[in-house]
Ligand binder design. Structure first.
Ligand code: ADP
Ligand code: MG
Length: 322
């Protein structure tokens, strides 16, 4: 049973970056306004996430590490949010079964913090700890007990690149949150709370500077906001193409095609534009559970999405070339 857990966890926690994504989403769910990430050896040696969120009460610490322990579906509103972000209720349990994990947390009304340790899947007793606010999760030596998965890890540099990409996606869709990321003790990113455009410029560079095209369009239940790279920006934007659906990073061919066609149609430019765009729509109109760990969604009416995105981009591009 324990072995099955480990194998299952190895599938869920495909690589350090998948664990990091789960932890960052937990911190955001907890209402954190400041989140710090420390990684060592691409995350395989250490993933540490510290937040200033609501914390976890002593009695709930062990529960948080248990399988199917989600506390997140207690109202209809929650159900909607959970649906739109695709939670599964076993991120922490999975991580705990493939690492040495220490969870330290202080609930808002608690006089001090508590820590629990999960040692090879066994959850210890809570012990008093010191922490001024929020939650700290430290996962060490990922996959120490899952050699088959550890074998598939790439170099620390590559695993770090995946972690950094996961971090960027989440930081881009949460510009009001303060973030830091360090790797092997060296600061990589330090992001103050800022506007969406400033965040895009900080993370993705010049294409999102003052010449970027601002987009904010609504049609019926659809809203598209964000920024597309300046039409005068000559560099290809392939590495700066970010699209979010209800706050979640998504890779979608239909959307990518609509954006590219708009550039072709209006500017007669055939290239890979840079963009950071946020689509909001009724959660009922999109299926996010195509694959829980992947970045794909299925739109109920993908033609409508194509037309809307194409329309928004065309309109913004036409206004600059007029
Ligand atoms: P899920 O996020 O799907 O609920 P997880 O295994 O990721 O499942 O987390 C289990 C539970 O632990 C959460 O539902 C939440 O109550 C608690 N939790 C995890 N991380 C944090 C955090 N950073 N701050 C506060 N509570 C947390
Ligand atoms: Mg979670």
């Amino acid at each position: 049973d324990h072995l099955i857990n480990q194998i299952a966890a190895g599938e869920v926690v495909e690589r350090p970056a998948s664990a990091l994504k789960e932890l960052l989403e937990n911190s955001l769910d907890a209402g954190a306004t400041s989140i710090s990430v420390d990684l060592a050896e691409g995350g395989s040696k250490l993933i540490r996430v510290a937040d200033d969120g609501c914390g976890i009460a002593k009695d709930e610490l062990a529960l948080a590490l248990a399988r199917h322990a989600t506390s997140k579906i207690s109202s209809l509103e929650d159900l909607q949010r959970v649906r739109s972000l695709g939670f599964r209720g076993e991120g922490l349990a999975s991580l705990a079964s493939i690492s040495d994990l220490v969870l330290t947390s202080r609930a808002h009304d608690a006089s001090h913090a508590w820590r629990v340790e999960a040692d090879n899947g066994r959850i210890g007793e809570p012990e008093p700890a010191s922490l001024t606010t929020g939650t700290v999760i430290e996962a060490r030596d990922l996959y120490f007990n899952v050699p088959a998965r550890r074998k598939f890890l790439k170099t620390p540099a590559t695993e770090f690149a995946h972690c950094e990409e996961a971090f960027k996606r989440i930081a881009l869709s949460n510009p009001a949150v303060q973030w830091t990321l360090s790797h092997n003790g060296r600061a990589q990113w330090r992001l103050a709370p800022q506007s969406a455009q400033a965040r895009a410029a900080a993370l993705l560079g010049d294409a999102f500077g003052e010449n970027a095209l601002a987009i904010d369009e609504t049609a019926a239940t659809l809203r598209l906001s964000g920024f597309a790279g300046s039409p005068t920006e000559s560099r290809a934007g392939r590495d700066a193409q970010y699209f979010f659906v209800n706050g979640r990073f998504v890779r979608d061919k239909v959307v990518a095609h609509a954006i590219r066609e708009a550039y072709r149609d209006v500017l007669h430019l055939d290239r890979q534009p840079a963009y950071a765009l946020y689509l909001e729509l009724d959660p009922e109109a999109v299926d996010v559970n195509v694959h829980p760990t992947k970045t794909e969604v299925r739109f109920r009416d993908s033609q409508a999405i194509y037309r809307f995105v194409f329309h928004c981009l065309s309109k913004a591009l036409a206004s600059t070339s007029a």
